[in-house]
Design a protein around this ligand. Structure first.
Ligand code: FAD
Length: 351
């Protein structure tokens, strides 16, 4: 019988990515509803010492696939590793980050194990069975008893934006196992790390060798520039088409530096090559929830809002007082950002 929630760990150069901890935190909540365990699947080379940090975030078991062929991410050995785990351990649910790696692996694995995949989820819940609902209404039974009596399959409700973010689609995979989803980084709440948590670490030999490689790695070029993670920033000064060009982000950088924040962007800035891709907010960018989001020259298209609408406080600076961002904002300044942003920076400096 399929059982337990498996989280596919994402690591780069041995560093576990934040999305993995977010997924383990979310899986811990779902596992409580399902009466199941959270199992993390860690793949890499000389990687086993990272297992404890996964346990500290809530994994009860870590399966470690350690092999030289897994030193750098390449599609085929990683896909085979997860395929091996699914076929031998029969998980109920398998979760991946909707990152470039997760998006590469998950559909291939779904195809190989003949199940469905809901990509780019922003919410996961457990479907409540009718029998459970009935027991709650008609009896005074305690929750543990209700859960014990209800032996029906409890499916995962996977919610994702569809039709350009205009509808939220909830998808349930009733007849196939495992239920698989990729989940957007930054949307699930990161739980507390607790170093007193203990768990089991199991070394798994999936028999992966060089023969599983269908590409040859000629060179590995490490990124020398420090990558920014705008999902961590408490303050974001975000620019859109209204900044007018690459140099238009400079005043935003100055304001961000004064406020101790980061600069982000709408997709227009990224597609035009004005700013790096890892700073894009929105449906095809990152989901952020900073304490303060300053939208400069961003109209507030639905695909942009999808990535920032949960910001605690939104300040819009725009020449168009009727644009959607002004409707969404807590505070709006109508005017030319080229005048307003430097004035704000001066005001912060003087404060
Ligand atoms: P515009 O909509 O052109 O708005 C520019 C704004 O600047 C206007 O409101 C204007 O009044 C204002 N302005 C101009 N000059 C000034 C000035 N001097 N001072 C002050 N204000 C000024 N977009 C994203 O951002 N993120 C995504 O992830 C994303 N994903 C997408 C996915 C799909 C499938 C699709 C179809 C689209 C996606 N988009 C995304 C694009 C989105 O639909 C919009 O085209 C985009 O967000 C618009 O960017 P913008 O607000 O910067 O530009």
């Amino acid at each position: 019988m399929s059982k337990d929630i498996y989280v596919v760990v994402e690591q780069r150069n041995g560093n576990i990515q934040k999305v993995t901890y977010e997924l383990i935190s979310e899986a811990t909540k779902l596992a409580a509803d399902l009466g199941e365990q959270v199992v993390a699947v860690l793949m890499g080379y000389k990687i086993a010492d990272k297992a404890q940090s996964l346990i500290h975030y809530g994994a009860q078991k870590v399966l470690v696939l350690d092999a030289p062929v897994l030193e750098h991410y390449t599609t085929e050995p990683y896909v085979r590793g997860i395929e091996y785990v699914i076929k031998n351990y029969e998980p109920n649910i398998v979760l991946f980050g909707a990152s470039s790696i997760g998006r590469d692996m998950a559909p291939r694995i779904a195809g190989r194990v003949h199940t469905g995949l809901t990509a780019d989820c922003t919410r996961l819940d457990v479907e409540v069975s009718k029998y459970q609902e009935y027991l709650r209404k008609a009896t005074n039974l305690p929750e543990e008893k209700i859960m014990a009596l209800d032996t029906s399959d409890r499916n995962l409700k996977m919610t994702r934006p569809a039709f350009g973010g205009n509808v939220m689609a909830t998808i349930v995979c009733r007849n196939y196992r495992p239920q698989m989803a990729t989940v957007r980084p930054g949307v699930m709440e990161l739980g507390e790390k607790d170093t007193s948590r203990t768990g089991e670490v199991v070394m798994v030999d999936a028999g992966l060798t060089e023969a599983d490689m269908n590409v040859e790695i000629l060179d590995v070029v490490k990124q020398t520039k420090k990558a920014v993670d705008i999902t961590d920033a408490k303050i974001l000064v975000s620019g859109g088409r209204g900044v007018g060009g690459p140099e238009g982000y400079n005043p935003l950088r100055e304001l961000a530096a004064e406020l101790g924040g980061e600069v982000s962007s709408s997709r227009i800035g990224v597609d035009s090559g004005w700013i790096e891709k890892d700073r894009q907010v929105g449906q095809t960018g990152k989901t952020v929830h900073p304490e303060l989001y300053i939208a400069c020259g961003i109209s507030g298209a639905i695909q942009h809002q999808a990535g920032m609408e949960d910001s605690e406080f939104i300040l819009a600076i725009n020449t168009d007082k009727f644009c959607p961002m002004m409707q969404l904002a807590d505070l709006g300044i109508v005017g030319d950002l080229k005048k307003i942003v430097p004035a704000l920076t001066e005001a912060v400096k003087a404060y």
